[in-house]
Design a protein around this ligand. Structure first.
Ligand SMILES: O=P(O)(O)OC[C@H]1O[C@](O)(COP(=O)(O)O)[C@@H](O)[C@@H]1O
Ligand SMILES: [Mg+2]
Ligand SMILES: [Mg+2]
Length: 334
């Protein structure tokens, strides 16, 4: 197999398609380097004293795990002096993190969920890092939170690293979705799959079924019809998977199809769903669409939602196109 490294891929992509200016390439390489460091920490587990809680809460009132904090620090530290960013924002921080004045600055904004799937850290199940890159608005001056409030359609790059049996980096810069596997001996990311495509139809769904009693009618209807199997309205049997790490669930769907759902429910109208628009839904929506799938909040395309705040939550339905369109239609029927 001819080995193509992440750097070679990025340089070649710019040469052929002009989609990755040097600044963006260097920024992606810094993020990938930070993910490599996170991967090494994750794999050390108890030996690296990285498991367990940090005894702190993040802005969303969630108890932080040590690895949430460590991964956040690694991403901040790596990207602060890279010279390609104006500011960063993280699921784990209350507000934005402008690049300190002692470092050179650039024209991009970086958002991340440093450690996705926190509940799986201590049980040795796949977890990940999700990131999204925006261009700072022209003439922004000092970075503000408002500068980050751009719809997902404005993303110039999005990706995730999954720390599983293998560590992989899945990336899009708007020209397909490509997967790189970490070669631990060489310390490099190697292109192992180009132009990933999500099958349009599927027989597999992912949802936290324990919330069923709280769901709204369209989601009840959609899932009930799948559960009814061959003799029900859908005329086929469905299988279910729920890893409880969005990164790992989306990675499965990218590889073999399926629909992933984290709907809003009737518990707390002030919290429409669990997942965050800026750090989870938007980057994953860009990846899924670039792979031929679809991503909605049940009513509209996720990437068209105008963000109103940094830590905004949204309902998420993403994956194989036919299924996402069907559950979105059920919402419209209501
Ligand atoms: O605990 P639940 O309800 O199954 O939720 C699982 C979902 O929560 C998340 O873990 C939220 O992400 P964080 O771990 O970054 O907070 C998703 O990765 C996952 O899909
Ligand atoms: Mg997450
Ligand atoms: Mg997280």
């Amino acid at each position: 197999m001819k080995r193509v490294s992440l750097t070679q891929y990025l340089v070649e992509e710019q040469r052929l398609h002009n989609t990755i200016p040097a600044e963006l390439r260097l920024l992606i390489e810094v993020v990938a380097r930070a993910c490599k460091r996170i991967s090494y920490s994750v794999s050390k587990g108890a030996l690296g004293e990285v498991l367990g809680t940090a005894d702190t809460e993040n802005i969303q009132g969630e108890v932080q795990k040590k690895l949430d904090v460590i991964s956040n620090e690694m991403l901040l530290e790596a990207n602060e002096w890279g010279g390609h960013l104006a500011a960063m924002a993280s699921e784990e921080m209350e507000t934005i993190h402008p690049i300190p004045n002692r470092y050179p600055k650039g024209e991009y904004l970086l958002l991340f969920d440093p450690l996705d799937g926190s509940s799986n850290i201590d049980v040795n199940v796949s977890i990940g890092t999700i990131f999204s890159v925006l261009k700072a608005p022209e003439g922004m001056g000092e970075p503000t939170e408002e500068a980050f409030l751009q719809p997902g359609a404005a993303q110039v790059a999005a990706g995730y690293a999954v720390y599983g049996p293998q560590t992989m980096l899945v990336l899009t810069t708007g020209n397909g979705v490509h997967c790189f596997t970490l070669d631990r001996e060489m310390g490099s990311w190697v292109l192992t799959e180009s132009n990933m495509r999500i099958p349009e139809s599927t027989k597999e769904f992912a949802i936290n079924m324990s919330n069923k009693r709280h769901w709204h009618a369209p989601v009840q209807r959609y899932v009930d019809e799948m559960l009814a199997g061959k003799t029900g309205a859908r005329g086929k049997d469905f299988n279910m998977r729920w890893i409880a790490s969005m990164v790992a669930d989306v990675h499965r769907i990218l590889n073999r199809g399926g629909i992933f759902m984290y709907p809003a429910d009737m518990r707390d109208p002030s919290q429409p769903g669990k997942l965050r628009l800026m750090y989870e839904a938007n980057p994953m929506a860009m990846i899924v669409e670039q792979a031929g799938g679809a991503a909605t909040d049940g009513r509209q395309r996720i990437m068209d939602i105008p963000p109103t705040k940094l830590h905004q939550r949204v309902p998420v339905f993403l994956g194989s196109k036919e299924e996402v369109e069907l559950v979105t239609r059920y919402h419209a029927d209501q």
